[in-house]
Design a protein. Sequence first.
Length: 369
Amino acid sequence: MTANTKNSILIVGGGLIGLSIAYEFARNDFKVSVLSKNRSESAGFVAAGMLATHAEGLEHELLKFGQQSQRLIPEWIKNIEQDSGIECGLRKCGIVVPFTNMKDLRKFPTYKYGKYLSQKDLKNEISGINSIWKHGLVFEEDGQIDNRRRLMRALERACSLHGVQFQEGSEVKDLTIEKNKIIGAKVLNATGEIKDLRCEKAILCSGAWSKAVLNKIPVFPVKGQMLSIQGPSNFLKRVLFGPDTYLVPRDDGLIIVGATVEKDSKFNQGNTPNGIKQLQKGIWSLLPEAMNWPQMEHWWGFRPCTPDFKPIIGKSDIENLFLATGHYRNGVLFSAITSDIIFKFIQDKTLSDSEISFLEKFSLKRFEI
Ligand SMILES: Cc1cc2nc3c(=O)[nH]c(=O)nc-3n(C[C@H](O)[C@H](O)[C@H](O)COP(=O)(O)OP(=O)(O)OC[C@H]3O[C@@H](n4cnc5c(N)ncnc54)[C@H](O)[C@@H]3O)c2cc1C
């Protein structure tokens, strides 16, 4: 591939963020190539798909970032659905956060955005909820999207219909830099050859593996194990988000149960007996009768985490190399705003004050001070 036209973009990583950005550029007539080391390891195929700005208790700029992304998501998804012909399962179903006592509820960072639920209201909202929960908050603006089965595939299809060139099994081993400007990459392809690719501009979207591409990016993996259970259709109408475990009901009764948070996991593959036990204990603590529902699938993946849990978005110190990584627990939620801002930024389009502020707060520079 020689990407020698002015409007060509090389994307390193075909996960959720890489695909979202590829889609934005491709639908605006750019020539886009996506290099993907391994599609199936992408956290985009792992996540629960919650759009949980408020239920996650985000604060400060992350809260604003999430709220702004949530405003963009309906239109963004409508476009992806139209272009791909695949319905993505976006539902503003609301998320219920239960508490054992009022003190914890009042301390919850996004408390003021929720509607208070007494224990009786909680039981009305979530039939069968464990009686340890005495109070709750429902965040009606929050919701979910079916990322694993639909959004990822819809993005791939929409991208490819807009002409994006995918290269699966292609790992960037090194970036080719001349006079502090990116001019290409050395890529190990699926047939085992190392190829020199040229590019005009590149965007690093390599998720938890970003440090291997550019060592100064302080991203590390935080493993999460998940499972799904098959419940009765429409039994759970809202997401139930406990302190250690959450239950995310899809519209066909499949319930996604997540997730362990394993900070020292490195890239250790696979589900573990302890991980599954922890999820089962979590199911019991939220909805005891769901312990009897059949388990359908177990899986795991790696969240791209940074030292301050905030993403890294914008410039690198190499000319024409841009960064969109480190989205940690909220990459599904943040994908719409990330692709929007990166597109405008690279295109030198006018940015709003809040977008400029996000780029400052999420710049790589903050780790160099
Ligand atoms: C258990 C779990 C639950 C989650 N739940 C939610 C949720 O409910 N809501 C939410 O908003 N977020 C959630 N997330 C977070 C979300 O999944 C991530 O933030 C998001 O997927 C990150 O997207 P990404 O594109 O940066 O990384 P990924 O989706 O992981 O994609 C990175 C891709 O880059 C490729 N790559 C890496 N190195 C190279 C290289 N050198 N060359 C070429 N390609 C390369 C990889 O193979 C991979 O496919 C969850 C994550 C996990 C693990």
